[in-house]
Every structure is written in C-alpha cells, then in structure tokens.
Design a protein around this ligand. Structure first.
Ligand code: 5GP
Length: 178
C-alpha cells in the first residue's frame, strides 16, 4: 500500500482496517465475559477515541452505557504542574463499573492525571481500555486493563487519531515514515 501525506508529512500503512476490526471484536468479547451480569459505563475520551469507542460499543452484546468527555490540560499554579480537567462528565459514578476508553496511551501523563479524579467519585471498579499503547514511551506508569496493540514510540494517525486536525477519517492506522 502506498505512502500517504497528511499535511506535509508522509505516513505508511501500519495497522489495517481488518486487523483493527478483529482486535476490537476480541476486546469486546473479553469485556463481555468480564462484565457478565453488570452494566459497565464506558467513558470515551474525545476526540481521538470516537471511532474505537463506536466500533467497540457496537461489538458488545451485553447491556452497557457510554458517555463522551474531553480532557483539557492547563498549567496549575506553582508546584501543581499540569492539571487535567474533564468536560462533559455528567454521569454519577458512585458504585458504577467504569471503563475509560482511550485511543492511545503514550507517556501515560494524561491517564495518570485523570484516573485519580474518577476514583475520587467512588466507582465500584475502574479499568482502562486503550486501542494503542506506546509501552516504551511510558514515563508515568498506568495500569492498562485492555489494549489493542502495543506500538513503538512513533507518531501514528488514522482511525480517529489526527495530525494537526487531519487524518482522523482514515480507516486504517498509518505510521510516520522516516
Ligand atoms: P500521554 O498523556 O499518554 O503522553 O498522551 C496521550 C495523548 O497524546 C493521546 O490521547 C493523544 O492525543 C496524543 N498522542 C500520543 N501519541 C500520539 C500519536 O502517535 N499520534 C497521535 N495522533 N496522537 C498521539
């Protein structure tokens, strides 16, 4: 398959639509088994996870709920560093079985900042499901419960992930060509 351009940068095919679809079905089946008799609440982190969340949610045969949030990072005062705040989380999490859906975990910074805020709301359980995991880029260890693919520390686009706004509509995942 040919190299494509997103803005000025070349990207090569990396994970095909078929491979993604197969893996998403596998994750859905695992979640179905793990949550039998429960009604999990998925919290999908926008923008990047919208395609993954949609396909995974469709592949589930058990009852489940989903909501969509955005995470914003801002510089806190003095020693607090970067703070993560969520926009659109309007569901009561007390006693719920929550699964956070991410497109990609890179350094782990975003999840490390966000998960304690969810735990603060006393869910019955809290798990993380990410389509892509740059394991070797981890600087803030996050416990990942479900993951699609472990990928190297190279920039990727497609299937919801963008490069400067573009590339989200690609149905496969492409990797930056050096
Ligand atoms: P972290 O906080 O784990 O370092 O980074 C998480 C965020 O960085 C992701 O939600 C995503 O927005 C962005 N990101 C990290 N790596 C990539 C990549 O290879 N491609 C794209 N499009 N975004 C990435």
């Amino acid at each position: 398959m040919p190299v494509i351009y997103v803005h000025d940068k070349p990207f090569q095919p990396y994970i095909s639509q078929e491979e993604i679809s197969t893996r998403v079905q596998e994750i859905a089946h695992t979640i179905e088994k793990d949550y039998r008799g429960k009604i999990p609440l998925f919290i999908a982190v926008l923008n990047g996870s919208f395609m993954f969340a949609s396909d995974l949610f469709k592949a589930l045969n058990n009852p489940a709920e989903i909501c969509f949030i955005k995470l914003a990072s801002y510089k806190g005062t003095r020693s607090s560093g970067h703070l993560i705040t969520s926009i659109g989380l309007d569901v009561d999490l007390i006693g719920r079985d929550v699964i956070v859906l991410e497109d990609i975990v890179d350094t782990g910074k975003t999840m490390t900042g966000f998960l304690p805020q969810l735990l603060h709301q006393q869910p019955a359980s809290l798990k993380v499901c990410t389509l892509l995991y740059k394991q070797e880029a981890t600087r803030y260890p996050v416990s990942i419960d479900y993951r699609g693919f472990i990928i190297p520390d190279k920039f990727v686009v497609g299937y919801g992930l963008d490069y400067d706004g573009l590339g989200r509509n690609l149905s496969a995942i492409y990797q930056l060509a050096e």
